[in-house]
Design a protein around this ligand. Sequence first.
Ligand SMILES: [Mn+2]
Length: 294
Amino acid sequence: MSMRPIEIIGFASGLGARNPGCAAGPDSMAQSSLVPSLQQQACDIAWRTTLRPAAATSPLAGIQALCTSLAQEVGATINDGKLPLVIGGDHSCAIGTWSGAAQRFREQGPLGLIWIDAHMDSHTPETTPSGSIHGMPLAALLGYGAPELVNIGSFSPKILPAHLCLIGIRSFESGEADLLRRLGVRIFFMDEIKQRGIAAVMAEALAIAQHGTVGFGISIDLDAFNPKESPGVGTPVRHGLHHLALDKALAGIMHHPRLVALELAEYNPRRDRNQLSLKLTANLLSAFCRRVKN
Ligand SMILES: [Mn+2]
């Protein structure tokens, strides 16, 4: 099957983070050679739009409005026969991306989600130490947290625990870990990845995300990678995934007929060094778009 054309939706917001630097991520990527170089590799990709927060809003109201717009844009992109690629912005964008995708497929059945991140992003306002909303998107998608975020699209939950898994986790607090444990969500911590290798872990993750679902999405926080490889992120955490291994484990994934959307979050160009995170993103997308024989 030929790959659907990819359309990028930028989410130029850092409202969910204490350091707002990720707001500049989409424009920085749009001004780089990222898209032209992918096009040269015969990847059918174009920039659709970039969403920006209205001035002078509270983080909660701003993220609610922006994620509502993003959800609509993701649904419209899928309806156009395109594959949405959301580029953040802080990881609160995930509330919009996966609410939109879940709403679009709601009548057909549930969606699976693979969440690749150093963190769990599964806090509620009751458990968060920082108060930052980029630490809460996964809880909101599971139906826990501020009603303004949980109820985007007027239904909840967007993702069921059995269809979700997390990969690359190595920094978390007890409140969010308790929630995910209580819900029975599969978490592939860094230790397990080191033991088994990312290829085996990803095969299991893809099986979880596809079992009993009509399609699946992948959300990648660039802080999942070792900060030596990807310094340009909002919240770096030591160690982490090797991007070449993930390139290999997900090579050709954009051709998967049941992939509904892809998301790349937390690019902070101000913290990037020698464009390492930008180049990592270009390599990642190039591998994901590559035609592979299976
Ligand atoms: Mn994250």
